[in-house]
Design a protein around this ligand. Sequence first.
Ligand SMILES: [Zn+2]
Length: 90
Amino acid sequence: MEIKKVIEVLDEACHSRQSRDIDEQEAIEEAIDYLRKIENGEYVKVVNAEWQRESSLTNYKCSNCGLRTWDKTNYCFMCGAKMSAEKRSE
Ligand SMILES: [Zn+2]
């Protein structure tokens, strides 16, 4: 189901019953709010990646976009991927 359709269905459900519990009503309206923001592109899907140690070099490579850097940041500054903690090879 597309987000647009989900919003439509929730919106309709939200206004179809008058006796609805006020918390339930608020929860649905809040959910619609978030979904509209997702639809408008205000939230971007997080890409997970990791810094890969290159054996021949002393720097790291982003597993998502291949950017090479000396600096292991929490996010890749080229593609914006969220970097997971370094895996230890034990
Ligand atoms: Zn990257």
